[in-house]
Design a protein around this ligand. Structure first.
Ligand code: NAP
Length: 309
């Protein structure tokens, strides 16, 4: 924690007081010191994640004090920021925290990952790992809305109940329901057409042999590997990919950034219709952001993990 003076409002920009910050698994990669699809966050810099705040002062004609905005300014109480780096949030329809949850980056990840890469047809079987989390819970519900049989995986009995309450047809507890191959085969009697992959490792290894011909795998995350320093390479899935003609595609959600307005409109409509539900696990105070972040890797959160300032 570093205490500094509140910055001045920049010329033609805004001073924003933070209300909510997001903690996300991808931040683990950003603090390894290695470049991935973005540069690492240097030691001593502000942790950069999506945030929601209230305009405290404005020197820009389009924004007034009191308005709610969202952007990528991260774990800090106040930010001096250019107006082009924030987006106004409508605070009348949904709680403003949804701008970094179901209607923000995780929601867009689920929406575009499912609709563009899994592209499931009604009646197909879709498997979603980390199904009680921000992305997984939304991805599975979207697949249900599209008429699929949806199976999830999660880590506790409470999460299994929650995921079932969202309409999933079956949920595997990855701590207890072993061997995975047998449990998944029982839960997916017609095989798996789409795998929305959030976890990786042993669980993913068990999925490939159950994939149907022409199946699609949307590789969204590999959370079981983010802290893993071992050199265990696991089974090699290329033969399964070949003989079943699978399409396996990794993605970073920002590839659809230009289409986020469309994604937000659709997700907002489903929320209003009651066809989509979401949950938040809220930590209080910026000082608890590290704990909230580490909690992601111990399954502490149900739905979107957020810090309220
Ligand atoms: P989240 O699912 O809300 O939280 C992480 C969850 O992962 C935990 O609650 C935990 O649930 C599960 N988990 C943690 N360690 C695990 C392990 N070793 N094995 C199995 N499950 C484990 O997080 P999220 O923000 O929605 O992200 C979910 C995944 O999507 C992550 O892999 C993330 O990196 C990825 N993601 C990708 C993009 C993209 O653009 N590609 C964008 C956003 C997120 P349990 O209790 O069930 O273990």
């Amino acid at each position: 924690m570093d205490e500094v003076a509140v910055p001045a409002c920049p010329a033609n920009g805004l001073l924003v007081r933070t209300l909510w910050v997001s903690v996300d698994p991808y931040l683990r990669g950003r603090i390894t010191g290695k470049r991935s699809y973005v540069d690492p966050i240097p030691v001593g810099a502000v942790m950069e994640s999506t945030a929601v705040g209230e305009v405290a002062a404005s020197l820009h004609n389009d924004f007034q004090p009191g308005e709610i905005v969202t952007g990528l300014w991260g774990w800090q109480d106040y930010v001096a920021i250019e107006a082009t780096r924030v987006r106004r949030v409508d605070s009348t329809e949904f709680p403003v925290s949804t701008a970094i949850g179901i209607l923000g980056m995780p929601g867009m990840t689920a929406y575009f990952g499912v609709t563009e890469l899994c592209a499931p047809k009604a009646g197909e079987t879709v498997l979603v790992s980390a199904a009680a989390g921000a992305v997984g819970s939304a991805a599975g519900q979207i697949a249900k809305i599209l008429g699929c049989r949806v199976v999830g995986t999660a880590g506790t009995a409470g999460k299994i109940e929650y995921v079932k309450s969202l309409g999933f047809d079956a949920v595997l507890n990855y701590h207890t329901d072993r061997p995975y191959a047998e449990t998944l085969a029982r839960m997916c009697p017609h095989g798996i057409d789409c795998y929305f992959e959030n976890v990786g490792g042993e669980l993913a290894d068990a999925v490939f042999p159950l994939m149907n011909t022409w199946g699609r795998v949307a590789v969204c995350g590999q959370i079981s590997q983010y802290n893993d320093r071992s050199r265990d390479i696991g089974p090699r899935p290329l033969t399964e990919i070949l003989v079943k003609q699978l399409r396996v595609e990794g993605f970073i959600v920002s590839r659809w950034a230009r289409r986020f307005p469309e994604g937000r409109r659709q997700m907002a409509l489903w929320l209003k219709e009651g066809r989509l539900q979401y949950r938040e696990t809220i930590y209080e105070g910026l000082e608890n952001a590290p704990r909230a972040f580490i909690g992601l890797f111990h399954g502490e959160n149900m739905g979107k993990a957020l810090v309220r300032l």
